[in-house]
Design a protein. Structure first.
Lengths: 325, 333
């Protein structure tokens, strides 16, 4: 298992290097960074001096090595647009996005799994059909539309919940949280539902189909033949066997929730990374885009690693016994 | 013998409602088992052997349902019990061993977990006692180093060893009856005999009755006290095993016996029963076997025979009907 972890870590480093290469080429091929930084009246000599100072005249490999070394030290340069270090910018926005994403993912899991189990076991009940119809909506309606619909209903018509922003936040060092204030929590409700609905329906349908499959297996029949309680059969013996695919999908989805919170953040003017990324695209703010790309890749790699390790926890068949050798 | 039988099945009918009408998979079968008796149930695939077992333990897969008849365990009806009450019968009073040990055990739980959970579901014991019992059971079914193996997962056992674990699981609450549904079919030939002998020994030691479902006549001959031959959802012949093997009355049984290879046999070719068993939606009038039967006559095509006494057993065949005037004994294999 240790060997596996190390192998996976090496692969992760490989992936990160490839992503770094892509980020790096952004700098080289999307416009001239010097043009972005200086005014129209800067002389050619000054430009050349800046070019030299930025190291843009060095061989490509040297530049790439420098980029990677700096990235490893969390130095992604200065945003063209805000004239601030990119790391500070992202660091300030990261808590908002992570909080929104994790709450959405939790919501998706905590609702999706029980709904999946229920619909899998009671295929013909009225409630199952209701859940399935709702899930069809969740899968087919685009996120921005759901967001706008929710705003219209709960913010405009009923005026229960705020339609934009994070509410009041409490700072802990560099982390700011909206989870500790009433207005922060209220502000979180609509965006997290919007962001989590698709994942919830996905998880529900996945658990349902896995459950239908597992329920038919011999070991469930044998568990019934041994007279075990319904609860134990369904939630211990059957549910655990549905978990491997659920973990895979949830892991991947958590990555995409973070990466694609962009739309939800735009609809709700949520001050997270997605909003920052959109602004940086509009303003060709390459350092921010590159750093965002690296960060998302990093999150995906980390999540995948955790998912791989969770397989070992869930499925004993994957644990190769080496103790006897 | 006025004693109440351990298991008594009377006129059991199992039906499957489908779009094209109701299919009768088991059509009025009756049999009984005494305490500690081994009843072999043989027949081709689709004859209704496994369904009979599933019906007795109350595990028919929907939409299959018991449409008539009754099942009594020590005189108490169990086919009409509530699901919760039936659950207390399963495992506790009737155990079951399935065909494929590779898929019968939950791959994600240790065998200790699975045995201890089953014991604690049925017996009022503490976890420590349940663990002790689990170890004793594993030793009894011949698993070496049982105490250590409790924390092993099913995939760490071979097929034969897993079937031993399955047997331990089926027996862990001391049931009065075990239904073994083709317990050796999925195993290597070399392991089959071991498992059959194990099942036989353990059930004898615990005075457990066994309903042994198989299509292996050899296994039946060696293990069973009585045998029921099933054909197309009905019992064709039932009787003491030696009697049925030596003097089969029903032409179908005769055919089955002729299809068994023997080492000392002077037969050059094994006999073959022509044709195939009818589909459930196309069971012929009269005796279901009549289109394949060499000795069928008019009555077989019109009237369906019920079990009637034949020698020491019973057979559902007009040939043994005294009214027909034939002896039905001319077919001794």
């Amino acid at each position: 298992m240790l060997a596996f972890t190390i192998r996976r870590l090496l692969q992760a480093i490989g992936v990160m290097l490839v992503v770094a290469l892509i980020s790096f080429t952004l700098f080289r091929y999307v416009g001239d960074p010097v043009n972005q930084m200086v005014g129209l009246d800067t002389s050619l000599e000054q430009r050349e001096a800046l070019r030299e100072q930025l190291g843009l005249n060095d061989p490509v490999l040297v530049q790439f090595a420098r980029f990677v070394t700096r990235a490893a030290q969390l130095d992604f340069g200065t945003s063209y647009q805000f004239r601030q270090p990119v790391v500070d910018l992202i660091g300030r926005r990261l808590p908002a996005t992570l909080e929104l994403s994790l709450v959405s993912a939790l919501l998706a899991l905590l609702c999706g799994i029980p709904m999946g189990v229920y619909t899998g076991l009671n295929r013909d009940s009225l409630l199952s059909k209701l859940f399935l119809s709702i899930s069809l909506l969740g899968i087919s309606l685009p996120t921005f539309f759901i967001g706008i619909l929710l705003i219209f209903l709960f913010s405009v018509t009923l005026q229960w919940l705020p339609s934009f922003g994070r509410g009041e936040v409490v700072d802990f060092g560099w982390w700011s949280t909206g989870l500790l204030t009433v207005s922060g929590l209220k502000a979180l409700i609509l965006p997290s539902i919007t962001l989590g609905l698709f994942q919830m329906t996905l998880i529900m349908r996945l658990v349902r189909s896995e459950m239908l499959e597992v329920i038919r297996t011999d070991y469930i029949k044998f568990a019934r033949a041994r007279g075990l309680s319904q609860r134990s059969i369904h939630f211990r013996h059957a549910l655990k066997n549905t978990l491997v695919p659920v973990i895979t999908i949830t892991g991947l989805q958590l990555g995409s929730i973070i990466a694609f919170a962009i739309i939800t953040e735009t609809v709700f003017q949520w001050p997270g990374m997605g909003l920052l990324f959109l602004q940086s695209v509009q303003n060709v703010d390459i350092p921010v885009m590159a750093a965002y790309l690296m960060l998302i890749a990093f999150l995906f790699v980390v999540i995948n690693l955790i998912v791989d390790l969770l397989y070992f926890v869930v499925d004993p068949r994957l644990r190769v016994e080496r103790a006897s050798h | 013998m006025t004693q109440i039988p351990l298991l008594s099945v009377k006129n059991l009918r199992v039906e499957f409602p489908t779009r094209h009408g109701v299919l009768t998979a088991i059509d009025g079968i009756s049999f009984s088992l005494r305490e500690g008796e081994v009843l072999g149930v043989v027949g081709e695939s689709g004859a209704g052997k496994s369904l009979t077992g599933a019906a007795v333990i109350g595990l028919l897969e929907p939409p299959g349902r018991i449409a008539g008849g009754e099942i009594r365990l020590k005189g108490e009806r169990i086919d009409t019990l509530s699901p919760a009450a039936l659950r207390r019968v399963r495992g506790k009073r009737i155990g079951m061993v399935f065909q494929d040990p590779l898929t019968s055990l939950n791959p994600l739980f240790t065998i200790g977990d699975q045995i201890i959970e089953t014991i604690m579901t049925h017996l009022p014991v503490s976890e420590v006692e349940a663990r002790k019992r689990a170890i004793a059971l594993l030793e009894e079914v011949g698993i070496p180093a049982a105490a250590q193996r409790l924390s092993a997962y099913p995939h760490q056992f071979s097929g034969g060893m897993r079937q031993r674990v399955v047997i331990a699981l089926a027996l862990c609450a001391e049931p009065e009856l075990v239904i073994a549904d083709e317990p050796t079919t999925a195993l290597d030939v070399s392991v089959q005999a071991q498992i059959i002998h194990l099942l036989q020994r353990i059930c004898r030691d615990h005075r457990t009755a066994v309903m042994l479902i198989t299509h292996d006549m050899g296994v039946i001959a060696e293990t069973a006290d009585r045998v029921a031959v099933m054909y197309s959802g009905r019992i064709a012949e039932i009787g003491p095993v030696r009697h049925v093997i030596a003097k089969p009355r029903h032409p179908y049984t005769v055919g089955l016996m002729g299809a068994i290879p023997t080492l000392s046999g002077d037969q050059q070719r094994l006999t073959q029963i022509p044709g195939a068993m009818p589909r459930l939606d196309a069971i012929p009038d009269g005796c279901a076997f009549n289109p394949r039967c060499a000795r069928a006559f008019d009555r077989c095509r019109q009237e369906r025979p019920n079990l009637m006494p034949a020698g020491e057993g019973e057979a559902a065949c007009w040939l043994v009907d005294p009214a027909e005037g034939t002896t039905g004994e001319g077919e001794t294999a």
